[in-house]
Design a protein around this ligand. Structure first.
Ligand code: RIB
Ligand code: CA
Length: 306
């Protein structure tokens, strides 16, 4: 980030183990002025993702950041669930405090529109860590407000990499392909960070231990969250730190190499739903295709330990 003024952001999320690490990274980064957290159903149901957003904020005593619940279901198809990865509590069983306050509302999409209408054009970004249902509904239900957005940086999809919920489908896009198609075709300034990149950002056992052994709360609990990721993979290689890549690109774009691509989304009712193709008829977006994985991890750990 070049500007010295904090960048206004909204974090749209389905916490989620890696979402939690990403949100803690944002909370520890003065470059961000976090206007609020909007939640979406994804890894787990909307009640749990919303409670978890409040729990993560409580760890850092950030009662200044409002949480609003958004979409409980995708635009037009049945929802998915990833509790097999994130646990029934959505946070891998890691002990977080209870929320400091009840959610500020269940009107995330309307709140996003009000917030954008009140802000200078282009001054607010959405950092999207889950299915794109809330962002798509903002575009559909409040188009003039959506046009006032700065940029949308979203984790999702797979370009050349195999998928994680189907041969070529990644969870966030597969959970709501229709929403992804709406966002990609919206004309908004969208940057997508796919598995091609996030699978190159993985913590080792030793790095997780360094975090876990820290007396800095955000670092300690991030070490425990990453350990929980190990457990759900049988203890081999940690799962990729997918969602923190969104904050890392916002913090230091030079860590990533992006290409302007036209992307179409498979919206069939098959195991390929959510697959992405480079397609002249697709929506024009920016896609991160390379990352300095070591540099990304270094920045992540520096901030969490700071
Ligand atoms: O495919 C990875 C994505 O799906 C991440 O956002 C993770 O939190 C899950 O939502
Ligand atoms: Ca997520």
């Amino acid at each position: 980030m070049q500007s010295t003024e904090a960048r206004k952001i909204v974090i749209d999320t389905d916490p989620g183990i890696d979402d939690a690490v990403a949100i803690l990274l944002a909370l520890k980064s003065a470059e961000f002025d976090i206007l609020g957290i909007t939640t979406v159903a994804g890894n787990i149901g909307i009640q749990t993702t919303t409670r978890n957003a409040g729990r993560i904020l409580a760890l850092q005593d950030r009662r200044d950041v409002p949480v609003r619940a958004g979409a409980a279901v995708p635009l037009s198809r049945p929802g998915r669930n990833a509790s097999y990865v994130h646990g029934n509590d959505g946070l891998g069983g890691v002990a977080f405090p209870e929320p400091l306050a009840a959610p500020a509302g269940d009107d995330a999409i309307a709140w996003l529109a009000r917030t954008l209408d009140a802000a200078d054009v282009g001054s607010v970004d959405i950092l999207a860590l889950g299915p794109l249902t809330n962002v798509a509904r903002l575009v559909q239900e409040h188009p003039a407000s959506a046009e006032r957005l700065g940029r949308v940086i979203a984790m999702g999809g797979a370009i050349h990499e195999p998928g994680n919920v189907g041969p070529r489908a990644e969870f966030n896009i597969a959970a709501d392909p229709e929403a992804a198609d709406v966002v990609f075709r919206s004309g908004l300034d969208v940057t997508l960070i796919p598995l091609d990149v996030t699978r190159k950002v993985r913590a080792t056992h030793a790095q997780a231990a360094d975090l876990r052994d820290s007396d800095v709360a955000a670092a300690k609990i991030s070490g425990e969250l990453i350990d929980a990721y190990f457990q759900s993979t049988g203890g081999g290689e940690s799962r990729p730190l997918h969602d923190p890549c969104v904050m890392l690109l916002a913090l230091d774009a030079a860590l990533f190499t992006c290409e302007r691509l036209k992307i179409s989304v498979d919206r069939t009712i098959t195991g390929y739903a959510g697959s992405l193709d480079i397609d002249a008829a697709g929506g024009a977006i920016s896609v991160a295709m390379e990352v300095d994985g070591d540099g990304a991890l270094k920045l992540l750990f520096e901030r969490l330990l700071g």
